[in-house]
Design a protein around this ligand. Structure first.
Ligand code: UDX
Length: 451
């Protein structure tokens, strides 16, 4: 419990989940976004996007007046002493980061600081490339406020590590808090806020300079991407070795404490909004500094190629894809979200359409979003059973719980040609391969071998 009041600018995914997480523990949050329709929705307790548990908690925090959206940014700054900037930092067409939303927010915050007599702490939570807070945010704040950073107002960079699908949990139970500080007073103020907020349960707090904090976020996400491309590389090697199985390899190496078991699920590659964008931004940034990050480029190349593998397997096993009816199970970039940004499903479907296959897709929650991309080009089914009906091949693209319980009979009874390609390794091969045509990422062929 804390008596601190904070403002959060930007009610996108990170801003809203952080706001609700803070407000759920009795921290009063004043929220602001330039999209006033979004603010009106939030003030009615309606979440503008799907995230498990978010809407229920949002409604509670709004009803109890811990979270309120203000229509003027100025109010949000003047009524609180700490402001988190959580606006979007999308990719430009060349992969580098688009900082225009940060710039716009900072200029307006600077303008407001001019009118404020009390000390105020500005915290950059948006993912920004190293140097942004020092070289762009600070000068703009000083210029528009007419005040001195470190003396009249404080400045920190505090990256977030929220996963879609568990963002509220991650806000309330972070592995660590990273505080990049412009000056000690700023860092002390943010540490005090977090220590007061988390109490006894406060995780390790790492204090560092602004640029290091900015880089930590990129290093974190690009390491996760590297782990995935690594295990997908091992999966691709496994496929050339009769009887080999990447799942067994991952299980075994994951027991090595130096490696760890997480993010070793081989499959169709990583998607989503963050991992691909952050990797691209770090590559572009690094090149600008005169260093060619060959490892990161390789991680990206492996990931680009990975979704094509299931299309290739389908083509070989079906003897061509023209006019073949392919069922896609899963459209979301990962389970428990309706988000299809960067989803491998989109790449796979586009490839199948290029090959003149007919596609029918089912997803428990992402269908509406996918419909906007593939309007009229593919069919959408209302259930797994509908999706499989009279198809020649089924590709598992997202590992939703609902799909994990499917049995060979579910496919045999409904499909014209029971061929299952498990792109996420959710099925036990031994259960499926004797009953129908079965292929999976990271499974060496032939399967039965004395090796
Ligand atoms: C990620 C980071 O995890 C989070 O810390 C950051 O703040 C935002 O980006 P998120 O985009 O929600 O979170 O997805 P994540 O759970 O990391 O998964 C990313 C992608 O990797 C998904 O497409 C997932 O299917 C894939 N993945 C993950 C694998 O292919 N194999 C794995 O072992 C793990």
């Amino acid at each position: 419990m804390t008596s601190y009041g904070v403002s959060i600018i930007g009610m996108g995914y990170v801003g809203l989940c952080t706001a609700v997480g803070f407000a759920s523990k009795a921290c009063k949050v004043a929220a602001y976004d330039i999209d006033h329709e979004k603010l009106a929705l939030i003030n009615r307790g309606i979440a503008p996007f799907y995230e498990p548990g978010l809407e229920k908690m949002l409604k509670k925090t709004v009803d109890e007046h811990y979270l309120i959206c203000l229509l003027e940014l100025e109010d949000a700054i003047l009524k609180t002493d700490i402001t988190f900037i959580a606006v979007g930092t999308p990719s430009k067409p060349d992969g580098s980061i688009d900082l225009s939303q940060v710039e716009e927010a900072v200029v307006r915050i600077g303008d407001t600081l001019r009118k404020k007599n009390k000390h105020h702490l500005i915290v950059v939570k948006s993912t920004v490339i190293p140097g942004t807070t020092e070289n762009m945010v600070k000068p703009l704040l000083e210029k528009y406020s007419g005040k001195n950073c470190g003396k009249d107002f404080g400045l920190c960079m505090n990256p977030e590590f929220l996963r879609e699908g568990s963002a509220i949990y991650d806000t309330l139970h972070p592995d660590r808090i990273v505080i990049g500080e412009h000056d000690k007073k700023s860092g002390d103020a943010l540490e005090l806020f977090y220590r007061s907020f988390y109490g006894e349960e406060a995780p390790p707090i790492i204090r560092t300079n602004l640029s290091t904090a900015e880089l930590i976020k990129y290093a974190n996400n690009t390491f996760l991407a590297t782990k995935i491309s690594f295990i997908n590389t091992v999966a691709n090697i496994c496929e050339k070795i009769p009887g080999a199985d990447v799942k067994t390899v991952a299980g075994a190496i994951g027991l090595d404490k130096r490696i760890g078991p997480l993010f070793l699920n081989a499959g169709l590659g990583y998607g989503g909004y963050c991992l691909p964008k952050d990797l691209k931004a770090l590559i572009a940034f690094s090149k600008r500094l005169g260093y060619d990050p060959v490892l990161l480029k390789a991680v990206e190349d492996v990931n680009e190629a990975q979704p094509n593998k299931v299309v290739e397997i389908a083509r070989v096993l079906l003897g061509g894809l023209k006019d073949k009816k392919v069922a896609i199970l899963g459209l979301a970039f990962k389970p428990n979200t309706d988000d299809i940004r960067g989803a491998v499903s989109v790449k796979i479907i586009k490839r199948l359409l290029e090959e003149k296959a007919k596609v029918v897709a089912y997803d428990p929650s992402a269908t509406d979003n996918a419909r906007k991309i593939f309007r009229g080009e593919i069919d959408f089914a209302a259930s797994v059973a509908d999706c499989l009906k009279d198809t020649d091949c089924c590709i598992i693209v997202t590992e939703w719980e609902e799909f994990k319980n499917l049995q060979p009979e579910d496919f045999i009874e409904r499909m014209r040609n029971p061929l299952v390609i498990d792109g996420r390794r959710i099925f036990k091969p031994e259960l499926f391969e004797d009953r129908l045509k079965f292929a999976a990422i990271g499974l060496g062929q032939p399967r039965k071998t004395d090796l």
